[in-house]
Design a protein around this ligand. Sequence first.
Ligand code: 9WO
Length: 277
Amino acid sequence: MHGASWSIGIRIFEGVGKGAMRIDVVTLFPELIENCLRSGVVGRAQERGLLAVRTWNPRDFATDSHRTVDDRPCGGGPGMVMMIGPLQAALERAQDGDGPVRTVYLSPQGVRLTQAKVAQFARGPRLVLLCGRYEGVDERLLAHAVDEEVSIGDYVLSGGELAAAVLIDAIGRLQDGALNDAQSAEQDSFSDGLLDCPHYTRPVRGALGDVPPVLLSGDHAAIRRWRRKQALGRTWLRRPDLLARTELDAESRRLLDEFRREHEAARDQTEAGTRPD
Ligand code: 9WO
């Protein structure tokens, strides 16, 4: 059978509105993609018809009785390479339909994924993701059918599926209506080029320490400043590379200066405490 499996079942026929983003995934392990995206915000986005994920299994397009999808690497060496035939047939079906399609291959050789890139993909309307297995995909198919190669980080997985699921998750939560007000993507870490501030909930006093008093003050302007200052400070401490690429306004520079002075004072304190008299 050359049919695709729709991970959102019957709802596709009624629930997918004109604005729904469509993502087609070519993979030898469709259930891996589907299971990853069943839960939480992205699962609900699919149920609401904001996002439609469709999978295509190259094995369904194999032409021999063993349903072969891989072959030995030319030039020798260990492992197997995904052969062109079944993969190209699956990919063509995945790319079929209306509108422009961007085809992305997930691999460690790709351009690193960023939130800005996720936001660009999320504007849709379509995306086709190609997941490799074994030692990879015949380079001629990549050259012929793939628009871009994307990496989610500098490590090797056993296949592209988990990387594809990461990308779909990041895209899915950005679809209009996927997040409620409280979860608003504007509050995201990275939406302003900074890391997130720390979060606390009750109990306000406990064995592990107290909640910072400003968060209990009811002074919303002070709370906003504190959070901004923590976000700036943590970005400075942990990801100076991000800070270097972020334009800071006058208030942000002042808040970061304050954080740095306090951080240095606290560090001097600690060093004074450990210094022999
Ligand atoms: C496996 C392997 C085994 C022996 C010798 C060389 C080898 N190379 C590979 C390999 O790179 N396999 C890849 C598995 C082929 C493409 C799909 N795979 C994959 C994708 N692993 N990791 C990713 C990935 C994708 C996006 N971001 C980070 C990692």
